[in-house]
Design a binder for this molecule. Structure first.
Ligand SMILES: Cc1cc2nc3c(=O)[nH]c(=O)nc-3n(C[C@H](O)[C@H](O)[C@H](O)COP(=O)(O)OP(=O)(O)OC[C@H]3O[C@@H](n4cnc5c(N)ncnc54)[C@H](O)[C@@H]3O)c2cc1C
Length: 497
């Protein structure tokens, strides 16, 4: 029996590859789910036309606004994707708004669904290259619905599988894209965002950031039914506390609702997400600390010079509208990934909160405002120190003093593009490391691994049958979105191990 720990994107992709090889697979998962009352709210709204949704239904689903940005992006008003499961070990992450997931489908229940593969250059320093990753991207994209369109991004970021859907972008974003397309050759490549959405049934109700009432945004949870049909045994409500192995096989120490239990099998594939897997493997290997790499996340408002009237009335999706990739060695701005967002009810609430008594300016700002969510390569980003003390994993962020200068160059580069919009540098938010959830690298894969490192199949030094398959084994975190590569890499290991 092969065990897969976790039902997030990594666990799903790894299990699919193992099953395709005819391996017997059991998935062990903490598996928290959306509360029944909220699921009933979602299904009721899915059956109604948006015009019939009541103010009470809307209010139950809103993201609470604390400080400058929402602390946690919720799923239909619930924080269940961030809640600790019964029996979960202690975890203290000193970054507001960051937690591990013990949910069925993991953090893909709240993610932004933005999908872009890594380029060959992004895999520099990895013991695997694009030749190994390309078939894995293809396999994974055969399992995930994707909306996107052919554009300038395709030269550097192939689709691997043609997107099944197109989603219209907002008028605001369309105007910006037209201007960006004119500068495509100057180290800046832009195109429509690629998002993992089953868009055929999308009614553009604008509720994406609160959780799609029709559940059309891909979650790894959706993959479970297919995996079970393919023969996988799924065991929820369990927390794996230790992983041991000998020449005969692996032994897992698992807490169930009935108490402790041991499972034995041939191999184990650890897909607990970066914090879950790092804690589990430090404990299991008798190690005390690891360093987690991060792709620095930042938020930058853009103010358009022209107004786009009636943005609030437009029927649109509120996921990322555009992707902008910057590789401009001439000004030392490399490996920068930007996601441009337009109008959403969340943006409207944030602007209203900032303006306070100046509420009259609200629509004027909304008709000009776009928001950039940006990411840098881990080489330009801060890190997180993970320290195991007793049973508690403490994670502390550590900024990189070089990050600020890189961000300043990004703002300058954007403002020189002639976008018809100004990046508002005084409002630039350089968040704490970890806040963007594009983190990993605590057990980096190496050609010749030493203690605390893994081989190209995710096996920690000294282990033959234990494979870490999530971002914990990435040697670097490139700027482009992380989850497509997490899935592809997990599939690659499941296919080969
Ligand atoms: C708000 C938000 C927005 C995001 N937006 C994007 C985006 O647009 N694009 C992108 O690429 N990425 C995005 N991400 C990141 C993305 O969600 C993660 O990269 C992805 O979910 C990681 O997948 P994973 O399978 O490695 O781990 P997770 O999704 O964290 O899943 C972990 C799984 O392991 C299980 N588990 C953990 N420990 C144990 C244990 N000890 N025993 C049993 N089960 C266990 C959990 O139950 C869960 O099923 C976003 C994240 C957040 C929070």
């Amino acid at each position: 029996m092969d065990y897969v720990i976790g039902s997030g994107p990594a666990g799903m992709a790894c299990a699919a590859a193992l099953l395709a090889r005819g391996r017997p697979v059991t998935m062990l998962d903490a598996g928290l789910e959306l509360e029944a009352g909220r699921e009933a709210l979602r299904t009721a709204m899915a059956a109604q036309a948006p015009g019939d949704w009541t103010a009470e239904q809307h209010a139950m689903r809103k993201i609470p606004l604390g400080g400058d940005m929402p602390d946690f992006k919720l799923s239909h008003g619930s924080d269940y994707p961030y809640r600790a499961a019964t029996g979960a070990p202690g975890l203290e992450i000193a970054v507001p708004g960051v937690a591990a997931s013990y949910a069925q489908g993991g953090l893909s229940n709240v993610w932004g669904a933005a999908m872009l593969p890594y380029r060959a250059a992004d895999l520099e320093g990895w013991p695997v290259g694009l030749a190994e990753m390309a078939p894995a991207y293809k396999a994974v994209l055969g399992m995930v619905p994707m909306a996107g369109q052919a554009d300038a991004l395709e030269a550097d970021f192939p689709f691997y599988v043609r997107p099944q859907f197109e989603m219209p972008v907002s008028r605001q974003a369309e105007g910006l894209l037209r201007r960006l397309e004119r500068v495509n050759q100057r180290g800046v490549t832009a195109g429509r965002a690629r998002v993992a959405v089953d868009a055929a049934q999308c009614i553009a109700c604008g509720e994406c950031l609160n959780g799609c009432p029709r559940d059309l945004i891909f979650s790894a949870r959706h993959g479970l039914a297919g995996l079970r049909v393919a023969g996988m045994h799924y065991i929820p409500n369990v927390v794996v506390r230790g992983v041991a192995e000998d020449a005969q096989g692996v032994q897992l120490h698992v807490l169930t609702r009935a108490g402790g239990q041991f499972f034995a099998g041939e191999r184990v594939f650890v897909a607990g997400g970066v914090y879950g897997s790092t804690g589990l493997m430090l404990r299991s290997l008798g190690l005390e600390r690891a360093e987690i790499l991060d792709s620095q996340y930042f938020i930058l408002p853009l103010l358009g010079l022209a107004r786009t009237k009636g943005v609030g009335e437009e029927h649109l999706h509120t996921l990322a509208q555009l992707f902008v990739e910057i590789q401009d060695a001439a000004v030392d701005v490399n490996n920068v990934h930007l996601q441009i967002y337009g109008y959403s009810d969340v943006l409207e609430a944030m602007i209203a909160q900032k303006l306070g008594p100046l509420k009259g300016l609200r629509s004027l700002l909304l008709e000009r405002a776009l928001v950039v969510q940006g990411y840098l390569h881990s080489d330009s980003s801060g890190r997180l120190q993970a320290q195991l003390t007793g049973d508690v994993l403490r994670v502390t962020p550590q900024r990189n003093p070089a990050t600020r200068a890189v961000l300043k160059r990004v703002v300058k580069r954007l403002n020189r593009l002639g976008l018809g919009a100004r990046a508002l540098s005084p409002l630039l938010q350089e968040t704490l490391p970890g806040r963007g959830y594009h983190s990993g690298g605590s057990f980096p894969m190496r050609e010749n691994p030493g203690p605390g490192e893994t081989d190209a199949l995710g096996r920690p030094y000294g282990r033959r049958r234990t494979h870490i398959v999530d971002s914990s084994m990435f040697p670097t975190i490139p700027a482009a979105t992380i989850t497509l590569s997490v899935m592809a890499n997990a599939w690659r290991i499941g296919h080969l191990a």
